[in-house]
Design a protein around this ligand. Structure first.
Ligand code: HEC
Ligand code: HEC
Ligand code: HEC
Ligand code: HEC
Length: 439
């Protein structure tokens, strides 16, 4: 009975962060006070950063001037593209008032938890990521307040990679409460791409994970972020696939979890190869995150590698096979459970230079041998290469930074347009990464 219960929680549960499973900011039961309560020049709205403070103090300036979450995320709901999406979906309200859009393009906690100064026009605001400030606003500035005190008072633990991945993915893929379906994409919504480390670096960051940050919040490891981002993204996708509600679209399964380009390409362009999938003429599960996880497991937990690969292979077979949908959903849950066991190992792991070189080499090797012919796989592997190279460079462990930048440039150019993607060009570009892995 005990083991049965464990299996059940493993199948339904979330990966746990070092802070347990705090509610996401929009779920938390406290008042959201609004950006004006953060932005004073004595708080987070200083024009220049403070030398004497352990945080930059100019976070508001960075966010309001350069961060797409500030104005842009909300403003796009007023543009022609959004008007068209709303009309195509026959929404009753305009996009900027429709919950289905504002839940991701803004910060939309329930009305009764919006404080007097809260403004929906602020976009994805401070509290959308850091949690409702009602209970920590006045205490977090006290000289002896620790990070743990703040988290206890409802600050969302963005410094924890598992919690961070859950937060970003809640909008950059979706979760049980909000989700960009294939119908929304068909109405004109762009395809969504996400990789935790790359996106954290390009947000742009308003924090510096220096020695002081590490002392307060624990270590910052880009490769760990990449790995945990892959694990949680794969789990969300597997959850959608095996969910009897979100995973269905009337007659069909929800198409968003499949490889977009398996369907969206001209009929004259015959792309299938045995390496692409188990059978021709079959819609493939989008395995971009899973193929990254294969690399991660191989390095982090070598003894589990064969089992993990087998679970992924069985999932592909079950999706393509002639069995029942239930069999495919079981195969998806088996992969998900393996990822559940992997996450605590990733959370504890510090990736060293040798890990990074090995991951880089095997990405290049698999890319060179045609492992990422699908666009989505190519895109994820390019972001992975970027994240690993960046990290090596910051640690001063790259021999030739100029060559690395040139190689990355070529790699990203080869995936710049998903509709003009040529696997051969990508293959050549990723092969060149191999020699960069040498110490
Ligand atoms: C699950 C969260 C989510 C939901 C729901 C959602 N979006 Fe988005 N949307 C995003 C993300 C994330 C992006 C950015 C994609 C990227 O660049 O990777 C985006 C991008 C867009 C863009 C393109 C923005 C640009 O800068 O070019 C438009 C327009 C848009 N969304 C409109 C809508 C509308 C209208 C709705 C409601 C029908 C909606 N979105 C629902 C998350 C969401
Ligand atoms: C899209 C999510 C997001 C939004 C929006 C956001 N932040 Fe952050 N913030 C982060 C992440 C991620 C970190 C880095 C992890 C950490 O330090 O906890 C961070 C870190 C911080 C830190 C801590 C730096 C340190 O050294 O401990 C402060 C202070 C901060 N943010 C303030 C703000 C303010 C003020 C706003 C609004 C003007 C804001 N943030 C908006 C995600 C966000
Ligand atoms: C409440 C929803 C929400 C959350 C939470 C969120 N984002 Fe976003 N993010 C968006 C939307 C919507 C956009 C699209 C803005 C646009 O282009 O108009 C976006 C855009 C971005 C972009 C620019 C993408 C591009 O293609 O230009 C980056 C980078 C990004 N987010 C990183 C992050 C990171 C890292 C986190 C977690 C710390 C995060 N986001 C959390 C909603 C969210
Ligand atoms: C199983 C096949 C299949 C998969 C997988 C699939 N789509 Fe589609 N998609 C379709 C079909 C069928 C239509 C409707 C085409 C039409 O109306 O002419 C469509 C329509 C669209 C449209 C509107 C195009 C138009 O002509 O109106 C967009 C945009 C779109 N899909 C994006 C995506 C994205 C992004 C993905 C991956 C996340 C994806 N699709 C995955 C089959 C698929």
């Amino acid at each position: 009975m005990k083991t049965f219960l464990f299996a059940l929680t493993a199948a339904l549960g979330f990966a746990t962060s070092s802070w347990g499973n705090p509610p996401l900011p929009y779920e938390a039961k406290a008042k959201h006070m609004g950006v004006v309560t953060c932005q004073s020049s004595l708080c987070h709205g200083s024009i220049v950063s403070w030398k004497s403070s352990n945080v930059l103090q100019n976070e508001y300036v960075t966010w309001s001037r350069a961060d797409p979450h500030a104005l842009k995320a909300a403003q796009v709901l007023m543009n022609d593209q959004s008007r068209k999406i709303a009309a195509n979906l026959r929404l009753k309200e305009p996009a900027h008032q429709a919950k289905i859009c504002v839940d991701c393009h803004g910060h939309n906690p329930p009305k009764e938890r919006q404080g007097e100064q809260f403004s929906a026009a602020d976009g994805v605001s401070c509290e959308a990521c850091h949690g409702p400030a009602e209970k920590w606003l006045s205490t977090h500035v006290q000289p002896n307040a620790t990070h743990a005190d703040n988290v206890r008072n409802g600050l969302y633990p963005t410094g924890d990679p598992v919690a961070l991945a859950r937060l970003c993915l809640s909008c950059h893929f979706g979760n049980k409460d909000k989700f960009v379906t294939h119908r929304i994409m068909g109405a004109g919504h762009p395809r969504i791409t996400f990789e935790l480390d790359t996106f954290t670096l390009t947000q742009p960051p308003h924090f510096v994970p220096d020695a002081d940050w590490v002392k307060r919040k624990g270590s910052w490891d880009s490769v760990r972020l990449w790995a945990i981002g892959q694990a949680l993204a794969a789990q969300e996708q597997l959850d959608v696939f095996s969910d009897s509600k979100r995973g269905r679209d009337r007659l069909f399964p929800e198409l968003v979890v499949f490889d977009c380009h398996a369907c969206h390409h001209p009929m004259s362009d015959k792309r299938w190869r045995p390496a692409t999938g188990p059978q021709p003429g079959v819609v493939r599960f989008n395995d971009a995150n899973l193929i990254m996880l294969r690399q991660i497991v191989r390095r982090v937990d070598p003894s589990a590698s064969a089992d993990f690969n087998e679970r992924v292979r069985k999932l592909h077979e079950a999706v393509a096979g002639d069995g029942e949908a239930a069999a495919a959903h079981r195969a998806a849950r088996a992969v998900r459970e393996a990822i559940d066991l992997l996450i605590p190992k990733l959370a504890k792991r510090s990736f060293n230079d040798a890990d990074m070189r090995a991951i880089l080499a095997s990405l290049a090797e698999e890319g060179q041998s045609g492992g990422y012919r699908d666009f989505a796989g190519a895109e994820q592997s390019a972001m992975a290469v970027g994240s690993v190279l960046n990290y090596l460079a910051r640690r001063g462990a790259l021999k030739d930074v100029k060559a690395a930048n040139a190689a990355l440039d070529r790699l990203f150019k080869s995936i710049a347009d998903d509709e003009k993607y040529q696997p051969e060009r990508f293959q050549a570009a990723i092969s060149a990464v191999r020699q960069l892995a040498q110490p």
